[in-house]
Design a protein around this ligand. Structure first.
Ligand code: ADP
Ligand code: MG
Length: 731
């Protein structure tokens, strides 16, 4: 009998070679194999008669090979296959498919799946490049039972693996064998009350039916993964993910943190620095943060607010709470430019009030760095601003109280990051705390964990926030500071650039400033992309020769970057030609124009971030998306979205849809769980449900959920987390 945890080699028909191929696909146990779900199904119970096909439909056809052959056109070889059912015939064509040449023999039974089209000349129906599967092939391995898996029913179609060695057909047989040999009593790990409330089918029934649907199952439901079997498996995966996150959250909350005091003196200090009246949203969020900070447990909070919503000042206010309580604050930004900008505004806003602020970035000279580190280690520096070099260089803090991470999406996973770790003995008998990326547990020598506030402008779609950041509390800044007028966004092809430059000139004449952004730094030979450097030359010497134009890109040394940025901030430059280095955080309210060349090359989130650099003051702002050359269909959708809406959440949702969760944060490594059966876009509602149910279970035993059920669920969760996140640090 097979258990779900049995290694996959023990399934009949899987030898070491095949096991290796499967392992590369992440399939090592029987459970993995059974969770390799069909990506679609073919209705071979009611396959279509050739005579009843209509142009435009997707159809499965089962027929007999009549003849086949390769013919060459001037442009490419085309392989043609004719299948028949009685007297009807259907033509199938594959382009460039010389490899099919000797594949088919007349009389073979074959299943085809593809889109039916009408040949424009002959008017006949045909299928171009159909997927196909030989049925009842004479390869010796076939017996009657195997053939019955292929026809006369709804058949699961799997993604093949190992360069096609492991075909859909192979999966079908092996999965069938595994199901036949599967232990009859699979443990149920979802608590009974939850299972009943949601009417979930048993694990065994789910696994059988998802691969071999019972007669009468709705074909629609199968194709859209909405059969009871699918729902059970998807819910299960999401439920255990959420359970893990909930648990992590609870544990974090249970740790000892710093209970900051918020008395009148501190309140006064917070108020004193405010250069403007905070918006109601800012007040609400600050209250959430301040409430957290007063708790004797560490804060783990994500502050989400669209570009320009005014997160910085909230960060500063939180910093004051910590500093006034005698603690140090680290503020980390993803780029040097941004760190520098924070440093300038911190000095402007906080230094008068007497706070001691330092900037520590990678590019400082070694001497200077050493000095700053000493200030930090001795506790002189109260607010330490830097890039994530603060993590890498293991800076020692005398008394860290709060870590603020700005624009978190640039960092990758923070969730996995243990921010604080004791570095043992600092030599002077005192242990020091460093920021580190280490995953090892915090030692309990000094158990007070600093608070962490993560700020991001990426409006994270709720589904992602629930999974990726499920262990953080969420604050949302859902209101822009007053007096902003919505940004006007227009698309224009780059042959009309003279008009664009005229427009920029007019805005500058009104005293405003403009950004012109390019996707690459230097022109490279193969692409015709206009590069920032080249265009800087052209714009500064020709188009805007009478204006002050600056250039900013990532390869400039940091002093120069700094200087350029400062000049633009002071209005000494009117036009800033830049790459995406200005994408995050840069704040120059007087800039009202953002021209983005080759806008079709940028991702949606990136375009939105770039656009966020303008519309920061009271004057009307304009974002001009210039396109050069052909725009892909996906590119069109991105640009459309930009023109249609300024709403970061809408844009994020679409971005997620276009790119998929794995790419949403840049890379797979960004910490997205590797779901086996769930799909965050398709399964949003199930995720919400899973979150609710998991929270209820974590809340402890009650009349519904017993202690035994909880322990069982927790064990199941750990195994899954190992799988999904590759590490077990929960529970
Ligand atoms: P982001 O959320 O993108 O980090 P910032 O904190 O940089 O936004 O704020 C954007 C701009 O809005 C800054 O110029 C800031 O000074 C200004 N600002 C923030 N809050 C307010 C407010 N309540 N009233 C007026 N201006 C504000
Ligand atoms: Mg910001």
């Amino acid at each position: 009998m097979l258990e779900l945890t049995t290694p996959v080699q023990y399934v009949k028909g899987i030898g070491p070679k095949l096991a290796e191929i499967l392992a590369a696909k992440g399939i090592t146990t029987v459970g993995d194999l059974l969770n390799h779900l069909p990506f679609r199904y073919e209705d071979r119970l009611n396959p279509r008669g050739i005579a009843e096909l209509r142009a435009g439909e997707m159809a499965t056809v089962i027929g007999e090979v009549r003849n086949s052959g390769l013919f060459r056109t001037r442009r490419m070889p085309i392989f043609q296959l004719t299948v028949g059912q009685g007297r009807s015939r259907l033509k199938c064509l594959w382009f460039n498919a010389t490899y099919l040449q000797d594949k088919f023999k007349p009389g073979q039974l074959i299943a085809l799946y593809g889109k039916v089209e009408q040949d424009s000349r002959s008017g006949e129906l045909q299928i171009m490049q159909p997927q196909f599967e030989m049925l009842g092939e004479a390869d010796g391995a076939d017996d009657k039972a195997a053939v019955s898996l292929e026809v006369g029913r709804i058949v699961p179609i799997y993604e093949s693996a190992g360069q096609g060695r492991v075909t859909a057909r192979w999966f079908r047989r092996v999965i069938r064998t595994a199901l036949d040999d599967l232990t009859p009593d699979l443990p149920e790990t979802i608590p009974a009350a939850v299972r009943e409330r949601l009417a979930l089918v048993s694990p065994r029934e789910a696994l059988w039916n998802v691969h071999w649907p019972e007669a009468g199952e709705s074909f629609e439901a199968l194709q859209s993964s909405r059969t009871p079997a699918h729902i059970r498996l998807i819910f299960e995966e999401l439920f255990f993910t959420e359970l893990g996150l909930e648990l992590k959250r609870r544990q974090q909350k249970a740790q000892t943190g710093i209970a900051f005091k918020l008395d009148d003196r501190v309140r006064q200090a917070i108020k004193k620095i405010l250069p403007f009246h905070p918006t109601p949203a800012q007040k609400k969020v600050l209250k959430e943060i301040a409430d957290d900070m007063q708790q004797p447990h560490p804060m783990r909070r994500l502050l989400q607010g669209d570009v320009g919503s005014g997160k910085t000042i909230i960060g500063f206010q939180a910093a004051i709470i910590a500093i006034e309580n005698g603690y140090q604050v680290a503020l980390m930004a993803p780029t040097e430019i941004l760190a520098q900008q924070h440093y300038f505004s911190a000095r402007k806003i906080l230094e008068n009030a007497g706070y001691r602020i330092v900037l520590l970035t990678g590019s400082l000279e070694a001497d200077r760095k050493r000095e700053i580190r000493r200030h930090i280690a001795q506790g002189n520096a109260q607010l330490i601003i830097g890039t994530h070099a603060l993590l890498e260089e293991k800076v020692e803090f005398a008394k860290p109280g709060l870590v603020i991470v700005d624009e978190q999406h640039r960092f990758g996973v923070l969730q996995r990051l243990k921010l604080m770790k004791k570095s043992g003995d600092g030599g002077d008998g005192r242990s020091k705390t460093v920021l580190t990326e280490s995953e090892s547990e915090t030692s309990d020598k000094n158990p007070a964990e600093p608070d962490v506030l993560v700020m991001t402008a990426t409006p994270i779609p709720r589904t992602l926030a629930l999974t990726l950041y499920g262990d953080l509390d969420l604050s949302v800044l859902d209101e822009l500071p007053p007096g902003r007028t919505p940004i006007v966004t227009r698309r224009i092809t780059d042959d009309r650039s003279p008009e664009v430059w005229d427009f920029v000139r007019k805005q500058v004449a009104k005293g405003h400033q403009a950004y012109v952004v390019y996707p690459v730094i230097a022109e490279n030979e193969e692409s015709e992309l206009k590069a920032a450097i080249k265009m800087y030359r052209e714009l500064s010497s020709k188009v805007f020769s009478d204006l002050k134009v600056g250039l900013l890109h990532g390869r400039l040394d940091s002093d120069l970057k700094d200087q350029v940025m400062r000049m633009f901030q002071k209005g000494e430059l009117q036009i800033l030609v830049a790459t995406t280095v200005i994408e995050v955080g840069v704040d120059v309210p007087n800039a009202t124009v953002m021209v983005i060349e080759h806008a079709e090359r940028f991702g949606l989130a990136q375009l939105h971030q770039l656009r966020g650099r303008i519309g920061r003051g009271a004057a009307k702002s304009f974002c001009i998306l210039m396109t050069g050359g052909k725009v892909t269909e996906e590119g069109e959708r991105r640009l459309d979205a930009m023109v249609r809406t300024n709403d970061g959440f809408q844009i994020a949702e679409l971005d997620l849809e276009l790119r998929g969760p794995g790419e949403f944060f840049g890379t797979r490594q960004a910490g997205m769980p590797n779901f086996r059966v769930a799909n965050l876009i398709r399964d949003r509602q199930l995720l919400e449900l899973a979150k609710r149910e998991a929270a209820a279970v974590v809340a402890g035993p009650n009349s519904e959920v017993t202690q035994i059920e909880i322990s069982r669920a927790l064990v199941a969760m750990r195994t899954r987390w190992q799988h999904t996140y590759g590490l077990v640090e929960v529970g």
